[in-house]
Design a protein around this ligand. Structure first.
Ligand code: G6P
Length: 611
């Protein structure tokens, strides 16, 4: 977890670092810090957010054209001023910011203590700073060699930026398992955990690979591996614009991202569906198409919201492509001894492309011979680089910790894949294939209609903002939407919520229902409609409050539910894309009314790069 930003060039580093940290706060926000390198070294760091850091640095010297910054999500040591990064080595020779975990830090620390080193913090990063310094001092080598040597002793994951007080013109960066991007400007360079702090200054970036070390001054940079073999820097153009990473007129990123969904889904289609909506083309899948068409089984692996998208995918692949699917939590999959058979295809879904468990599960499945297909949002991130083939979701940067537009883009990609495979395998008749593409193509406009209900949904949210529990029910491909609705409420408003397949309610949750229990039921017109109407009656018979998401014009449910939220009529295959929107709004408004920090909920982070 954690966000890193660094700068070397002619500009004053401090404002670049602060702005960069604000953009990276989604990666962690329990403490923040900067190191500014000029004649001397100034480190300012504190518990809290980047705005607390700015307060803390007010009135202090913030000059210097070289610097590094860090926003933290605690792993070793509680969030505190002392545990915040940057960390300085005992004799002040090295300053380090780190994203990742040094797994053998306790062993390394013991060795350093026996050689007289003392520690201020409880962090693994300070151990690394002292390890580098000890090698530098004892072996009288350059800073770069000391860093390389220290990294050969380290087990774990890292994205690192390091500076040495004897070589002040230089930043040393290294990556293994945690992302690091180099921004290449004119006589200036940037480093960051993703491209968002960089795009304002340059569109040229290099995504560092695992076990690479970069040495950067204001007018040069070299890229090598840990053994010091030269690596070729692949300079790419990044297409992110500043507008995409600003809040605009919205109060929160989450709200902006909810409203962006018609566009983000259009962007997911773009260039992949013909103008007349008669064909789907997914270029990134070419390498894996033979395996996808012949496989006897697909295993979808993901975490969090991406796992919910995977469950929608299960329904789609089974229904339209007639391929059996298993959906696995990446963390469970990787620690079992899963049976991976020849010809198995793994689809890994991840917004960030950096989730540690998903990445590790991919590596394991790859070693066992599976074909890996990625569905990711962040171009150049770690997961797409590990896969044989893949489809980017193109949803644009998602900053709010609670995922919204990434989910609908993931479901859009999964729908396109399922329809395409169904057509190619002959399990989906050509007419139905075209019909489904057209139905998918209508979704952005239909979402626009749902967005018009924002104020109405806000009023419903007002009624339930003080609830202590909530239940979400759905059937078929709307069951994962129920899970996603419950997750959204939990993560941003801290109300306990559970999602259930509606029929399972009778096997336990029904005991919880009383007049204080809001029950959100996704009840659009599909083949389970009559069944879900019965489920609503069961809730009402126990005095539960029913908020139903229904198809426009539904009179039956209107008569029995406490509130209905209408969505336009659509084919049941694409209903998850519409029905999730009101649930996103409900959670958003309840969280705002409860005074919660919507974009940065407590204890969570956008990108979980620790196991
Ligand atoms: C975190 C985020 C979730 C996200 C999950 C998986 O828990 O808060 O929003 O769904 O990680 O992340 P990924 O980037 O792999 O989709």
């Amino acid at each position: 977890m954690c966000g890193i930003v660094a700068y070397v060039g002619d500009r004053t580093a401090y404002p670049i670092l602060i702005k960069g940290l604000q953009r990276l706060e989604y990666r962690g926000y329990d403490s923040a810090g900067v190191a500014l390198i000029n004649d001397g070294l100034h480190v300012y760091k504190c518990k809290g957010k980047v705005k607390d850091l700015e307060e803390h640095a007010k009135g202090k010297s913030i000059t210097g054209n070289i610097g590094m910054g860090h926003t933290r999500w605690a792993t070793h040591g509680i969030p505190s001023d002392t545990n915040s990064h940057p960390h300085i080595s005992m004799n002040g020779k090295f300053v380090v910011v780190h994203n990742g975990i040094i797994e053998n830090y306790a062993h390394l620390k013991k060795g350093l203590i026996s050689r007289g080193y003392t520690f201020q913090s409880e962090t693994d990063t300070e151990v690394l700073a002292n390890l580098i310094e000890s090698i530098y001092v004892e072996q009288k080598v350059s800073a770069e060699i000391a860093v390389r040597s220290a990294l050969t002793k380290v087990i774990g994951a890292y994205g690192l930026v390091i500076s040495c007080s004897d070589e002040k013109d230089k930043l040393i960066a290294a990556r293994k398992g945690s992302p690091l991007v180099i921004g290449v400007g004119e006589n200036e360079y940037f480093l960051a955990s993703d491209a968002t702090p960089i795009v304002e200054y340059t569109d040229k970036v290099v995504y560092m690979d695992d076990e690479e070390v970069a040495v950067i001054t204001k007018d040069s940079f070299t890229l090598t591996n840990i053994q010091n073999d030269t690596k070729e820097a692949n300079i790419q153009n990044v297409t992110l614009s500043i507008d995409e990473i600003d809040k605009g007129h919205y109060e929160h990123f989450m709200l902006k991202e909810i409203y962006e969904q018609p566009l983000s889904i259009e962007d997911t289609f773009r260039g992949r569906v013909t103008m007349d909506h008669s064909k789907i083309f997914l270029g990134g899948l070419t390498e894996a198409l033979p395996q996808l068409l012949s496989t006897k089984r697909i295993i979808i692996i993901a975490c969090g919201t991406s796992w919910h998208a995977g469950m929608v995918g299960e329904y789609l692949f089974e229904e339209y492509a007639r391929i059996p699917v298993e959906v696995e939590y990446a963390s469970e999959f990787r620690y079992r001894n899963p049976v991976i058979q020849e010809g198995d295809v793994i689809i890994a879904i991840s917004q960030s492309g950096e989730t540690a468990d998903t990445l590790a599960a991919i590596k394991m499945a790859k070693e066992r011979g599976a074909t890996i297909v990625g569905i990711c949002n962040v171009a150049g991130s770690s997961i797409p680089r590990e896969t044989h083939a893949g489809v980017y979701t193109h949803a644009g940067p998602e900053i709010g910790v609670a995922s919204t537009k990434a989910f609908t883009s993931q479901v859009t990609v999964l729908s396109m894949m399922a329809f395409l495979l169904g057509k190619m395998k002959g399990s989906l008749a050509p007419d139905n294939y075209i019909h489904l593409i057209k139905e998918l193509g209508k979704i952005p406009d239909k979402i626009k209609k749902v967005l018009e209900s924002d104020e109405y949904i806000k009023k419903i949210a007002e009624t339930y903002k003080d609830a202590s529990n909530a239940l979400y029910l759905g059937r078929g491909n709307l069951f994962p939407v129920a899970l996603e609705g419950a997750l959204k409420l939990k993560e941003i408003s801290y109300i306990h919520a559970e999602g259930y397949p509606a029929a399972e309610m009778k096997h336990g949750p029904i005991a919880l229902i009383d007049e204080n229990m809001p029950v959100f039921v996704i009840a659009t017109k599909d083949k389970s409609y009559d069944k879900i109407v019965s489920n609503i009656q069961e809730v009402k018979a126990r005095n539960g409050k029913v908020i139903a998401i229904v198809t426009e014009g539904d009179q039956t449910i209107k008569k029995m539910a406490d509130h209905v939220i209408e969505v336009p009529d659509c084919h049941e295959a694409v209903a998850p894309l519409l029905t999730v929107i009101p649930l996103q709004f409900i959670s958003y408004h309840i969280a705002v009314m409860r005074g919660c920090n919507v974009d940065q909920p407590r204890n969570l982070a956008k990108s979980v790069t620790v196991e």
